[in-house]
Design a protein around this ligand. Structure first.
Ligand code: FAD
Length: 503
């Protein structure tokens, strides 16, 4: 499969050419402009979309990423850091953790962005991918004498200088989950090296559920699971521009997503911000050698996934920012309904905060407990990071349940904004959907729609389902907890205190 490929004659550009067409981004406006005119192939509702950045269903997800640029300008202490690589300040999403404090600051920034957007702002996967590649490329070079780490540093420097975004393409479709990549009936079920020439490699396959996949300038493809010697072609890591030849995007639907095409701003719940997941098909896409960071070193795939999840599972503290919004929405509707002083309402708000802060404490603790790696950067404590993500697979669901409890049934049966705007229907709605006399009906409707948006609608993807499956389904954390829990030392302590003679 890896002999000189017939694909070798296909048009492909060099690493330098790829960087030369990348923008240098400073502001949120620069970012929005950078997405236009890229000539990508993106399907939505069975049609290729000419200019996805202008599509009303896609734009809210772009706004969420824009917020990461805006925050760097509005609050540089929180959202930028000094890069020793280019000796300049960079967006914190492009800064490699040089200390536990860097990881703590990252978590604080993630919570803040969750509060500001109420959705998945799509940039954590890229930072966590760059972070893990620092140490993995170093370790592969140590063992094999390869030159991946220098390639990685060269890429990172350019990424920092251009202030661009990198999407994480880890999850393959996986087909029959009981089979390894090389055992699948369809060899493309996991992304793999499909050809080679003197300048680089070609890859074929799909990366699924990719967060902000179309909204970012680069995609990093990488293995999704541990690999065997038979899976060597699947052990590939590479950086690919989002507009490379051979890429097709298919947009993922979200509940109530077409509300953003109806006009108005109430029924969307959160009209400004949303998330994005896309399926990305790579049809023999070229990667120049300079952007290949693993090629056949299958024995590092497992470590790569484990280290990625150590970073990424702590990144789920972002959901505590959304939890703050959720708690605020529940408290507001109780207020509008005139029941904010009632004891069971206050108790439910306390429960929401307790659950939310429990998530935050495990995530931030894993950053405080970070340890240095041989390559010189720090990595989150894996046990605490897995505990953080495991909390996230449960607690947002309970927080959402409590928010719906406080909202009342109207959260799921409310008439539309267009009915509110109709003279006859609107008069009935304004009169009977009112809570407290001094609160306009429209305000009550807006907060109810926000609760609907985050618990049932578009941003429930970011708040609930992503919390469940993003960075691995719950069982993936339990496996890591089992690996790290050292039950033998716990048994030893118990036997000692019980007065049992130690073996
Ligand atoms: C909103 C969202 C955003 C995401 N963003 C990204 C992203 O940016 N980049 C990216 O790479 N991925 C992303 N993901 C993908 C995410 O990492 C996967 O959803 C997750 O790893 C689970 O894989 P799956 O969805 O294929 O589930 P499945 O593999 O279909 O799992 C379904 C169930 O089967 C169980 N199961 C699966 N295989 C086995 C097995 N062999 N043995 C026993 N049980 C098994 C699982 O534990 C789970 O309970 C995202 C997912 C979501 C929902």
């Amino acid at each position: 499969m890896n002999a000189v490929s017939p694909l070798a004659s296909r048009r492909h550009d060099s690493a330098t050419e790829r960087w030369s067409r990348m923008p240098v981004i400073r502001t949120g406006d620069d970012y929005i402009s950078s997405l236009k005119g890229r000539g990508t192939r993106l399907f939505l509702f069975g049609e290729l979309i000419d200019e996805p950045a202008d599509h009303p269903m896609i734009r809210p997800s772009i706004n969420a990423l824009r917020a990461t640029y805006d925050l760097a300008i509005d609050d540089p202490e929180l959202a930028t850091a000094h890069s020793p690589l280019i000796d300049a300040p960079v967006n914190r999403f492009l800064h490699m953790p040089e200390s536990p404090q860097d990881l703590v600051m990252k978590n604080r920034m993630q919570r803040r962005l969750g509060q500001l957007t109420g959705t998945c702002f799509q940039r954590c996967t890229g930072l966590d991918t760059l972070s893990v590649l620092h140490s993995i490329t170093w370790d592969i070079d140590e063992k094999h004498g390869t030159g991946y780490h220098q390639r990685y540093l060269a890429f990172l420097k350019e990424a920092q200088r251009h202030n661009v975004l990198i999407a994480a393409g880890m999850t393959d479709p996986k087909g029959d989950r009981s089979k390894r990549p090389f055992e699948q009936s369809d060899q493309d079920m996991f992304l793999h090296v499909s050809g080679r020439n003197d300048d680089g490699i070609f890859v074929r396959g799909v990366k699924a559920h990719m967060t902000g996949g179309w909204n970012q300038h680069w995609i990093c493809v990488m293995p999704t699971m541990n690999l065997s010697e038979h899976d060597k072609d699947y052990a590939v890591v590479g950086m690919i521009p989002g507009d490379a030849e051979g890429i097709t995007y298919i947009y993922g639907r979200q509940s109530s997503d077409t509300r953003s095409m109806e006009g108005g701003s109430i029924d969307q719940g959160n009209a400004e911000y949303g998330g994005q997941e896309v399926w990305v098909y790579f049809d023999d896409v070229f990667i120049p050698h300079e952007h290949v960071l693993m090629d056949g070193e299958y024995e590092f795939a497992q470590d790569m996934v484990a280290r990625f999840t150590a970073y990424h599972r702590a990144s789920y503290v972002c959901k505590t920012g959304l939890g703050d919004v959720m708690t605020g929405a529940a408290a507001t509707i109780a207020d509008y309904n005139g029941v904010d002083k009632v004891s069971h309402i206050k108790d439910k708000l306390v429960e929401m905060v307790h659950l939310n802060e429990t998530i935050f404490s495990s995530g931030i603790a894993s950053s405080h407990e970070a340890k240095p790696l041989a390559s010189g950067i720090y990595m989150n404590d894996a046990m605490l990071s897995n505990v953080c993500k495991h909390n996230v697979t449960r607690f947002p669901y309970e927080i959402a349940r409590l928010a719906q409890d406080l909202a009342g049934g109207i959260v799921a049966t409310m008439p539309s904004e267009k009915d509110l705007d109709n003279e006859e229907a609107g008069a009935i709605i304004r009169r009977f959907l009112k809570g407290r006399d001094d609160i306009p009906t429209e305000d009550r409707m807006r907060i109810l729609r926000l609760i609907e948006n985050m618990t049932l609608g578009r941003n429930a993807v970011g708040y609930l389902t992503e919390s469940m499956h993003g960075a691995g389904s719950p069982q993936a954390q339990r496996i890591q907890i089992l690996r790290g829990m050292d039950v033998e030392s716990k048994k030893w302590h118990a036997r000692k205190l019980a007065g049992i003679k130690q073996a």
